[in-house]
Design a protein around this ligand. Structure first.
Ligand SMILES: Cc1ncc(COP(=O)(O)O)c(C=O)c1O
Length: 207
């Protein structure tokens, strides 16, 4: 692997352990380092670059928007946001969409909605069932839902809110809640990717 960073010190807070390489260009499924070595982009960011890099139509749309209007807040109606929500609702048969900036925020919002549901039902301690070996993000609530001790260590995680069961074990989910407890959500990844690559043995067809 090419080491292309001569710098020995970085001012980036060390929350990740990056590989000693950076990329200067992307095209489709390929990434290029400074010395123009091509790398097949099998990570797609971390699953957030699904359309590949620099597709002409995507680049054109980004450029056009950047030259038209950079940002308006959610204090105003946003036409393109509403159109995207229409498409997503039609595809998923849902009523409404919450747009977030990251996976952690999306999961945090889902967990907050579940807690709000519990609050409205007057539940004392709403519980969310989560899986072993899961990863859900790095905000306080999502890191509490995460299993990996390396991600959780030192953050005083909110463990009373969660019940953890083995991944792919439907019976464990069904029997996870002690009788006096009140469940509000089940949170799981269809395919886990943090501690190894795990597909559930059971398919959660009826969930
Ligand atoms: C399964 C899963 N959930 C949540 C997240 C958090 O997403 P983000 O890094 O966009 O906050 C990730 C990130 O890798 C993830 O893999």
């Amino acid at each position: 692997m090419t080491t292309d960073s001569a710098k020995t010190h970085s001012h980036i807070m060390p929350t990740y352990a990056p590989q000693p390489i950076s990329f200067v260009k992307g095209q489709g499924s390929w990434l290029y380092s400074k010395d123009n070595t091509a790398y097949l982009e099998a990570l797609t960011g971390i699953a957030d670059c699904g359309l590949g890099h620099c597709h002409p139509k995507v680049s054109e749309a980004i450029c056009e928007q950047a030259q038209t209007l950079v940002h308006t807040s959610n204090l105003f109606r946003i036409d393109w946001q509403e159109r995207a929500a229409d498409v997503l609702c039609a595809a998923a048969n849902m009523d409404s969409v919450f747009f977030a900036n990251s996976g952690a925020e999306a999961n945090e919002a889902a967990l907050k909605m579940a807690r709000l549901y519990g609050h409205r039902k007057d539940y004392k301690q709403p519980k969310v069932i989560v899986m072993e070996k899961s990863f859900h993000g790095r905000t306080l609530l999502t890191v509490s839902a995460t299993a990996n001790p390396k991600a959780r260590e030192g953050f005083f995680t909110l463990d009373d809110d969660f019940i953890r069961v083995p991944f792919g074990d439907i019976q464990a989910i069904e029997t996870a809640l002690p009788q006096h407890e009140e469940g509000v959500a089940i949170l799981l990844e269809p395919i886990q990717g943090d501690v190894g690559l795990n597909t559930a043995k059971n398919r959660f067809t009826y969930l």
